[in-house]
Design a protein around this ligand. Sequence first.
Ligand code: SAH
Length: 349
Amino acid sequence: MSVRDRRKRFLGQALYSNRSQIALRLLTREKRPIDRAFLAERIQTAADYRRQVVQDSEAFRLVASEGDVLPSLVIDRYGEYLVVQTLSQGMERLKPIITDILQEKFSPRGVVERNDVVVRSLEALEQAKGVLSGEAPEEVIVSINGLRFAFNLLEGQKTGGFLDQRENYRAAQSYAFGRALDCFTYAGGFALHISRCCDSVLGIDSSQDALRLAQRNADLNGISNVEWKEANCFDFLKAADQAGERFDVVVLDPPAFARQRSNLDSALRGYKELNLRGLKILNPGGYLITCSCSYHVTEADFLETIASAAVDAHRTVTVVERRTQGRDHPILLTVPETLYLKCLILRAL
Ligand code: SAH
């Protein structure tokens, strides 16, 4: 619909929602039909950009909502398969055209929707999951940074996997050595990437399905120096510290602790505890690679929290790198919510 200011001057065109707090999502400042040609052009622009920033990877975010000026539309590419999320009423209505465009442009073997996400309820949209066109096998194998990963697009977490850490896997690889620990490993993303540079890696997750996937991925790459353990990471870290276990690299990539601003305080306590425990079991000269995907926790909050954990752990720590999500998840300058992932690489002296 057209958006006008109080004096009826045209401002642009937006998707409208009669339910969400976000009533309008701006699509364009121009007067032009929001039709197939418009959407195809935006999707093509997004795809062209990925060709510039994605290397050696068949799995990446093809369309990242506001970051590609297609608010509330997410499209992840897993090789010959595409996974779509339409997260607002307006985008939901455009879903058939979008599926059609994807079929025409990319000739995928299958387009899947993973609209089984709670934010849809804020739009009064139902939960939905299934094949929109073509087929969806139980397992899709794709390369990420040259490693092979299997994902289940219909049953896996998110759209099958977490694609936003792709560049951070590489960064982690460049520091890793010795004995490493990957907490919240899911499909083994960090663990498998750093395994080549480490003597041994231990990946922890509370989900058995995740660890099955992680082992499958280790097998696919012929990696044998990685072990998996089903555990609550908080409990594991505490027990490891008490048992005097030490690691040269600790990766912490938990799920978002602050999904709402009202959870911020308890989220920061969670991050502090986790990082305190992570620092305690780190050898001198070792690296802590620590992440937060909670938008409400700013980088400054996160740094302050870890600083306070370091003080409590009696550790002297330097900040080696301050990183964020991969470039296939673009940050829109005027929409701060699009910068959500923090990934700090720290070194304990
Ligand atoms: N590092 C992963 C993504 C992690 S997502 C990657 O790069 O792909 C968060 C993971 O943490 C999920 O797999 C979830 O099963 C797991 N998880 C959530 N709470 C947990 C807990 N308390 N202890 C261990 N694992 C947990």
